[in-house]
Design a binder for this molecule. Structure first.
Ligand code: PRX
Length: 655
């Protein structure tokens, strides 16, 4: 199969500059078709992008059948992910910047070459082993956006330990749940983090999380908490605590990497679903690395020497795949930014782009919408002429926002890639490839090589041509999550039971007359608030755990900046008279329980919720009222008590 990696050289003039397109539309079509018809051939060839310690003999062994669900790629191969991201670049680019770190404070920066990265990671790997961490052990990372977060991910990969990064914006409770669920043996954290000029405590949350975990029936297994000095805040010190900055440098800067099997887990990442607690998606070593390396190279048309900036947090899958693994597997220079895009002012992104000559910039629509609130300031005095490709991820991008990003932020000189994918998919699944597929603002357009998206109706019948339905994927790809940690049944139930024999994404999508895909958003009870994924069930259980609350229902409603915001309907306990004070208390309660990302935007107290006669809450009605669209409520005749709806409409908050 003819792969574009060998077709270097052909430079053409596009967007006012010379670029190496690598593929044209006809070549894309041809390669896409071949990648589907000879899927194993395609992925067998892409696997050459990485070094294998022991070559694999089978590419793929997959069944999406509910009774025999298994997903295996390159299953008898052995490799080390860290060696692929670090060591193998030392021969050719040891002095090249691997990571450019830009502080929250614009005066702080650090450049880490590939050889420095090697030393940092080896020291940490030795330090972790000295604390008894070995292959297969789980390590929780609860870190700010500092280089140590990347060192820690890579050091885990080097010794075969399984990392689970917990977003620094999550609360002690959320952290405790994850520590217990994956039975972590070590936590790597910092005293606190800098974001938007403020310091946010992290170590105190770890202390509290471990206390909470101790009280749970399973208890916890954490023996070491390694604390990096970042904020300089004083922290309580416990027996199991060690300062990263004192302990790690005492270890040697060389380390022999541990070979792992392609199917051994590289990481667990928790994400929200429509029911229950967050689930730990388990990703593989070999398939995941091949997939992130391949998608990074094609989607961003990465050229050697370019600077790539993904403005996500390493706590999310985007940070895993496109700050750390995808770029480093390609020997790229990845920029890691500590702060928020709007600090100290709206012009910060442009300043960082100019300062570090960023060529490729990858960000979420919610951040672009914030920049658009004051377009003049967002542009500021920056030139942004180094930019070649702009990427969008995490939620649907409104066509007007796409246009501004392209015309104004990118000065009409950049290709825009709207990339659709999920924590579960490990890497980008749909995107218009730059210079190849002519994008339509707001559309994820075309599948990546080897990916077979399809639309189905509620009966799982495949919809042909122009259509609107549930988005499913018909066959596996190497980056697919293999299971839910410790809960394979839940993995099968969640993703393979709605539509038999297919992976169900939880998203709805449309296909237009040209065969291009437009993602319309979640069709399940998952919210997407500022690009952060939250389950309504999680927020509901945090609300009802308040002693003055009897019952609650949570829905999302459209929000100009956040994309979606959180609307909570609450029934107080008998005798409780809700007032502003209680509303504030409840909001703080949820923030403390889940983290600031889950803070409810609107809290409406009510005497009842719209339920069917069998007691099921009709969320469709609640969504309409929250969106101020009660005029189009539809049929309410099946409700047990239709009057409840009148009360809800009369007292609605979003007008
Ligand atoms: O609804 C889709 C939306 O984000 C969900 C996945 O969220 P998460 O697992 O947190 O991963 C986010 C980063 C990959 C999807 O089910 N989503 C993601 N990208 C897009 C999107 N919706 C529309 N367009 C996108 N480009």
């Amino acid at each position: 199969m003819s792969d574009s990696r060998e077709q270097a050289g052909n430079s053409t003039a596009v967007d006012g500059r010379k670029v190496n397109k690598r593929l044209d539309a006809a070549a894309y079509q041809k390669l896409y078709k071949a990648s589907v018809s000879d899927n194993e051939g395609f992925w067998g060839e892409q696997a050459d992008r990485i070094d294998w310690i022991k070559p694999f003999t089978t590419v793929k062994d997959v069944s999406f059948a509910r009774k025999d669900l298994h997903i295996r790629w390159y299953e008898d191969g052995e490799l080390n992910v860290c060696v692929n991201c670090v060591d193998r670049h030392l021969k050719t680019r040891s002095g090249q910047a691997a990571i450019i770190w830009e502080g929250d404070n614009p005066d702080q920066q650090r450049t880490i070459s590939y050889s420095e990265l090697y030393e940092e990671v080896c020291r940490l790997a030795n330090a972790m082993e000295a604390r008894g961490i070995t292959k297969g052990d789980r390590v929780i990372l609860y870190m700010p956006m500092v280089p140590q977060a990347a060192f820690a991910m890579l050091a885990c990969a080097r010794i075969g330990a399984v990392h689970s990064v917990v977003f620094g914006g999550f609360s002690a409770n959320a952290l405790a749940d994850r520590i217990v669920d994956c039975q972590a043996r070590m936590v790597i954290t910092a005293d606190g983090s800098h974001r938007g000029g403020k310091t946010i405590p992290l170590k105190p949350n770890v202390d509290e999380a471990l206390k909470i975990a101790e009280q749970q029936p399973e208890g916890h297994q954490v023996r070491t908490v390694l604390v990096s000095k970042v904020s300089g805040d004083s922290v309580d010190w416990l027996d199991h605590d060690l300062w990263y900055d004192e302990f790690v440098p005492t270890h040697e800067a060389v380390h022999e990497a541990v070979p792992v099997n392609a199917e051994d887990p590289l990481f667990i990442l928790y994400t929200s679903g429509s029911t229950g607690k967050p689930k730990g998606l388990q990703h593989s070593s070999g398939g995941y690395l091949v997939y992130t390396a391949t998608t990074f190279s094609y989607t961003f048309n990465y050229q050697p020497g370019e600077v790539f900036w993904c403005a996500a947090d390493v706590g999310w899958v985007t940070g895993h795949s496109y700050i750390v693994y995808g770029p480093l597997a390609n020997g790229a220079t990845t920029l890691m930014y500590e702060g928020v895009p709007t600090y100290p002012n709206l012009g910060r992104c442009g300043e960082v782009i100019d300062k570090h000559k960023v060529n490729i910039f990858y960000i979420a629509p919610t951040a672009i919408r914030t920049l658009m609130t004051d377009q003049k300031r967002a542009i500021g005095s920056s030139q942004r002429d180094s930019l070649r490709i702009l990427g969008s991820v995490g939620e649907p991008i409104n066509p007007g926002v796409w246009q501004w990003f392209h015309d104004e932020f990118g000065k009409g000189q950049c290709q825009v890639v709207d990339t659709w994918w999920q924590t579960e998919t490990g890497g980008i699944m749909m995107t218009p490839l730059p210079y190849v597929v002519e994008p339509k603002p707001g559309a994820a357009m075309t599948p990546f090589f080897g990916i077979q998206p399809q639309l189905v109706d509620k009966r799982s019948d495949i919809l042909e041509g122009k259509a609107d339905g549930h988005l499913v994927i018909l066959d596996s790809w190497p980056g697919q999550a293999r299971t839910i940690w410790n809960n394979h049944e839940r993995f099968i139930d969640t993703y393979f039971s709605t539509h038999d024999g297919m992976y169900f994404t939880g998203d709805g999508a449309k296909r237009d007359e040209d065969g291009h895909f437009w993602i319309t958003g979640r069709v399940d009870d998952v919210l997407n608030v500022s690009g952060h994924r939250l389950g309504t069930a999680e927020v509901e259980s945090a609300v009802v755990s308040h002693p003055k609350v009897a019952e609650a229902a949570v829905v999302g409603f459209p929000h100009e900046l956040k994309g979606e915001a959180i609307y909570v309907y609450v029934i107080p306990n008998d005798g409780v008279v809700p007032d502003e004070q209680l509303t504030k208390e409840l909001r703080d309660w949820v923030r403390k329980g889940l983290g600031p990302v889950a803070s409810p935007d609107m809290i409406q107290w009510t005497h009842g919720l719209p339920k069917t006669r069998s007691g099921k809450i009709m969320r469709r009605i609640l969504r309409k009222i929250a969106a101020n669209e009660h005029e189009t409520l539809g049929d309410t005749s099946t409700l047990a008590d239709p009057q409840v709806v009148d009360e809800l409409i009369d007292n609605r908050l979003n007008r």
